[in-house]
Design a protein around this ligand. Structure first.
Ligand code: RIB
Length: 280
C-alpha cells in the first residue's frame, strides 16, 4: 500500500442543509444545522487512508474546542497526526457551508490556523506521494513541491495565483471545471497529468495538451457534494501510485467521488475501498 503525505488544511465545517441556496442578500430559514470535520487537506488525507494508503497529515489547528471536533475522524481513521500541531492564539479553520437538496453547496472559509503553516515548518516527506491543495499558504506548497522527491499531486483549489514551478513539478494537477476556467492558459505549463472534474459530467485526464482518458462518474443520488473533489483527488493519487493505468485510475477516482456525494458531510461521507470498487 502506498505511503502518502498530505500538506493542507483542517477545518470544522458548519453546515446548513436548506431548501435551496440563498441568492446574494437573501435570508433562508428552516435549515438543519450540522458540524462535520472538513478542510481540503484533512478530507484528502482521510480519503486516501480509507482507500488503503498509509497517510500522514502536516497541518495546523487552533488551541480551541473546534480542533478536537475537526480532528476526530482523522484520529479514528488512523491518519498520522504527529505533524498536525496546535498554534497558540489561533482559531481552527472554519468553513460555513450551505447545502441544497440537490447536494450543491456554497462554501466560505475562515482559514485561521491554516494560514500559519510555513515552508520551514516541516522536513521534506519521505513518502511515495505528496498531495497539496491551496487552503494553506502558496509559498508553503511551492517549497514542498521543490523539496519533495516522489509523486507530487496538487489540487489547485481554491483557485489562487501560484508559482509556475509548482505546475511544472507536479506529476498530477487536479482542477474542477470552474478552476480550470480560472487558470486558463496557465495550465499549459503543466508537464504531468491534468485531471479535470465536471461534477456528474465526464472527467478528463490530459497530458501534453491531449486528452488521454475520459470517464463519466456512476449515476448516484447526491445529497451533499462537499468533499467529492477531495475524494476524487485522493483516489486518483492512490490509484496512480499503486500503478493502475491512467484510464483505470480515472474510473476509480470518478467512482470514489460519486460515492462521497451520497451521504452528508465531507469526512463523514468518505468511502472505503470495497464500496468504491462496487461502483468503479
Ligand atoms: O472541499 C471541501 C472542503 O472545502 C470542505 O470540507 C471545507 O472545509 C472547505 O475547505
Amino acid at each position: 500500500m502506498p505511503t502518502i503525505t498530505v500538506i493542507g488544511s483542517v477545518n470544522l465545517d458548519i453546515v446548513a442543509k436548506a431548501a435551496r441556496l440563498p441568492a446574494p442578500g437573501e435570508t433562508i430559514t428552516d435549515a438543519e444545522l450540522h458540524h462535520f470535520p472538513g478542510g481540503k487537506g484533512a478530507n484528502q488525507a482521510l480519503a486516501a487512508q480509507r482507500l488503503g494508503a498509509h497517510v500522514s497529515l502536516i497541518a495546523r489547528v487552533g488551541e480551541d474546542s473546534s480542533a478536537d471536533e475537526a480532528l476526530k475522524l482523522l484520529r479514528e481513521g488512523g491518519v498520522d497526526l504527529t505533524n498536525c500541531k496546535a498554534v497558540p492564539g489561533a482559531a481552527t479553520g472554519t468553513a460555513l457551508i450551505a447545502v441544497a437538496p440537490t447536494g450543491e453547496n456554497q462554501i466560505v472559509v475562515a482559514p485561521g490556523a491554516n494560514r500559519t503553516l510555513q515552508p520551514n515548518d516541516f522536513e521534506p516527506p519521505g513518502t511515495d506521494a505528496l498531495i497539496c491543495q491551496l487552503e494553506v499558504p502558496v509559498d508553503t506548497v511551492a517549497h514542498a513541491a521543490k523539496t519533495f522527491g516522489g509523486f507530487f499531486c496538487v489540487n489547485l483549489a481554491p483557485a489562487k495565483r501560484i508559482d509556475v514551478a509548482v505546475l511544472q513539478r507536479a506529476d498530477l494537477v487536479v482542477v474542477n471545471e470552474t478552476e480550470s476556467a480560472w487558470y486558463g492558459n496557465t495550465l499549459a505549463a503543466c508537464t504531468g497529468l491534468i485531471a479535470t472534474t465536471r461534477g456528474s459530467g465526464t472527467a478528463t485526464l490530459q497530458q501534453g495538451g491531449d486528452v488521454i482518458s475520459e470517464s463519466t462518474p456512476p449515476a448516484v443520488t447526491a445529497v451533499d457534494t462537499t468533499g467529492a473533489g477531495d475524494t476524487f483527488t485522493a483516489a486518483l493519487t492512490v490509484a496512480l501510485v499503486e500503478g493502475q493505468e491512467p484510464a483505470e485510475a480515472l474510473r476509480f477516482a470518478c467512482a470514489a467521488g460519486a460515492v462521497a456525494t451520497m451521504r452528508m458531510g465531507a469526512q463523514s461521507s468518505l468511502p472505503g475501498r470495497d464500496e468504491v470498487d462496487k461502483y468503479a
